[in-house]
Design a protein around this ligand. Structure first.
Ligand code: ADP
Length: 252
């Protein structure tokens, strides 16, 4: 029986790995040729042709995002993902993420305010944590009506860092709140749904935060807004948490 389960699980992992790889490889030449075509280096285009290629390009980007998300998730689940742990500034990672999302916020006239505590460096993978904040802030923008605000804060409490992303958007009902970290889960799945996405973002966020020894929490009220909190253990490379706690004055 045990043997059977093991045999059954292995092909599933292999299937995902092979599938994502096979889906990714034909995208590479498409993503190489599309900009060449669009820049008219391979010949002039009329307006209709340009519009058609722009639509293709946008959808190829979505497809490649989705494939990358599935790949990241399967690597997180199989623990094959590689993390590049360094001593990093969380505030800087968040600032860079906000810069990357500046235009999305501007388009909706949404103000992003930061309330950063002066934090010491912490052990983490800046790219992967950047991915977490990107997803949370992008969601906050996506699910918040125009002209509202998003507040992002960071603080140190005892041996933990707490980062919160608070929006005044559409909110999530308590019925749906415990499902949002599930794979492919989206609150709005109707054919006429307004919001795009794969429902993988939060699952990936949770996996990355857990790999840092942390946790992610959410509070939400329908039509009032949502707050995500990331709690990361305060530790630095090469120093055990307690020792570092003493250096900076203990965990109170
Ligand atoms: P995606 O955004 O790609 O659909 P996520 O895993 O990031 O996938 O989010 C899952 C679902 O949780 C979203 O589809 C949405 O219904 C809900 N959600 C996430 N963040 C928010 C938010 N800030 N406000 C309201 N709903 C949210």
């Amino acid at each position: 029986m045990i043997k059977k389960i093991k045999i059954d699980e292995q092909p599933k992992d292999d299937f995902f790995r092979i599938l994502t790889h096979e889906l990714k490889s034909p995208l590479t030449p498409i993503q190489t040729y599309l900009p060449l075509l669009l820049s008219e280096k391979l010949g002039n285009l009329n307006k209709e042709q340009k519009d058609a290629l722009n639509t293709i390009s946008k959808n190829i980007d979505r497809l490649s995002h989705l494939i990358l998300d599935v790949l990241t998730l399967s690597r997180l689940e199989s623990k094959e993902i590689k993390f590049n742990f360094e001593n990093i500034s969380i505030n800087k990672v968040i600032e860079n993420t906000i810069k990357n999302l500046k235009w999305e916020a501007k388009e909706k006239n949404i103000e992003i305010n930061t309330f950063f505590s002066n934090l010491p460096l912490i052990e983490g993978d800046s790219e992967r944590l950047g991915q977490v904040f990107h997803n949370l802030i992008e969601n906050a923008i996506k699910f918040t009506p125009e002209k509202r605000r998003i507040d992002i804060s960071s603080e140190k409490k005892g041996y933990s860092f707490i980062i919160s992303v608070k929006d005044k958007g559409i909110g999530i009902s308590s019925r749906n709140l415990n499902k949002i970290f599930d794979k492919f889960y989206q609150v709005d799945t109707g054919l006429d749904r307004k919001y795009r996405g794969s429902g993988l973002g939060l699952t990936i966020c949770q996996g990355i935060v857990k790999a840092h020894g942390g946790e992610i929490k959410v509070k939400s009220e329908l039509k009032k807004g949502t707050t995500f909190k990331i709690i990361l253990p305060y530790k630095t490379l090469g120093k055990p948490t307690e020792a570092f706690g003493e250096i900076i004055g203990g965990g109170h």
